[in-house]
Design a protein around this ligand. Structure first.
Ligand code: ZN
Length: 206
């Protein structure tokens, strides 16, 4: 009995210690997570914020300038469909042989990030109808499902428009020369006819 009585405060104390230790570990994890992000401070990540005030950042798929298909430390690259990522890596290697650097300006996006982009587009273009020509909803975006990438710079887009089909990489929308998706049949049959813009895409009407 007496040993139990003395054990209780000890247990409480050790729980407090555990809680403190957990906080310290959490703090260290946050510091570790923030450390590598400092080089991209001032990027678009700092400009985009969720409606609830939480920042949209790399965990939502925001990529720093010059991110490549090999930068798997970024969810925007790592969470792409593996087959798409494989084709992009082959493309990047071939392009590099020709002195062309292929960057991913946007890849996988969280639904929150996509929603933020959509709201910005509605604000910029003045109506939901016009915004729909450029930005999909979180429910329909091929970026949110990890099936689309936006490629830059212009030289890389020019290279992809000429050689992408050989790797199954196709531009999908005529008004978005940066947006590519995987179309495996393109390797033998060529890329399918492009939609004028996303409003022609049946996937956008779900
Ligand atoms: Zn895109």
């Amino acid at each position: 009995m007496s040993s139990r009585g003395s054990a209780r405060p000890a247990t409480r104390r050790s729980r407090r210690h555990l809680a403190t230790a957990a906080l310290l570990v959490a703090g260290a994890a946050v510091a570790a997570a923030l450390g590598p992000r400092s080089p991209v401070a001032g990027s678009v990540a700092d400009l985009l914020h969720r409606g609830d005030g939480a920042a949209i950042g790399e965990a939502d798929g925001v990529l720093p300038d010059g991110a490549t298909v090999s930068d798997v430390r970024f969810p925007g690259v790592a969470d792409l469909d593996p087959a798409l990522l494989g084709a992009l890596r082959r493309a990047a290697a071939s392009a590099a042989d020709r002195g062309v650097q292929l960057s991913v300006t946007s890849g996988w996006r969280s639904p929150e990030y996509q929603d933020q982009l959509l709201r910005e587009a509605v604000s910029r273009y003045g109506s939901a109808e016009e915004a729909a020509r450029w930005v999909a909803t979180p429910a329909t975006s091929a970026h949110v499902s990890g099936d689309a990438v936006d490629i830059g710079p212009a030289a890389a887009r020019a290279w992809l428009s000429e050689h992408g089909a050989d790797l199954g990489l196709c531009q999908v929308y005529r008004n978005e020369p940066w947006h590519y998706e995987l179309r495996p049949a393109a390797v033998s049959a060529g890329c399918p006819r492009m939609y004028r813009d996303p409003t022609e895409d049946p996937r956008m009407r779900r």
